[in-house]
Structure formats: C-alpha cells, structure tokens
Design a protein around this ligand. Sequence first.
Ligand SMILES: [Zn+2]
Length: 98
Amino acid sequence: MSKLEIDWYCDSCNAYMNNQPGFNRRGGYWTCTECGFRNDVTDGNIYYDEETINSMTPGELNKVNKAYEAFDKRYAKKYSDDYMLADYCRGGDLTEDD
Ligand SMILES: [Zn+2]
C-alpha cells in the first residue's frame, strides 16, 4: 500500500517485527512473537524523519497527518487520565501574565 518501507520494532522488547512469522498490519495491531506485547502498527504510529517528510507530496502529508490525528484520538481515549494531568501541568506553567 505504501511506497515507504517501514521498519517496525516492538514497543516493549524492541524486537524487529517485520520478519516475525506472519507479520502483517491488516488489523492495525501486531502481537510481538518475542514477548507477546500488542503493538499498534497503524500509519499513525509511524514516525518519519525530516528528509522523508520533505520529499512527500501535499497529498501524502495530508494522509500522514490524518493518520496521526486518528492515532492521537485513540491514544487520548486510552490514556485520558494522563492527558488531563498533562493539560493541568501545562496550565500551571502559563502564569506569567500578571
Ligand atoms: Zn516484543
């Protein structure tokens, strides 16, 4: 689907997953065969380096941004408590306009 070659590493044990038996991204998740950790392998979990981003067309960039947004929404739902805490801390830093 994507012309970009992506290397996937387990978020838990850092194993290279592309060559694990049966590896695919169809479900959006891949369970690491080394440690059993369920990794998010959707487009939103891909981090591109600056060179790659600069070589993308506006259409490709748009797709990448959409994927990131979808990932952020899922992540925010899963870790909403952490997000609320982060917002609270950020708010505390903005007290210099008195
Ligand atoms: Zn693993």
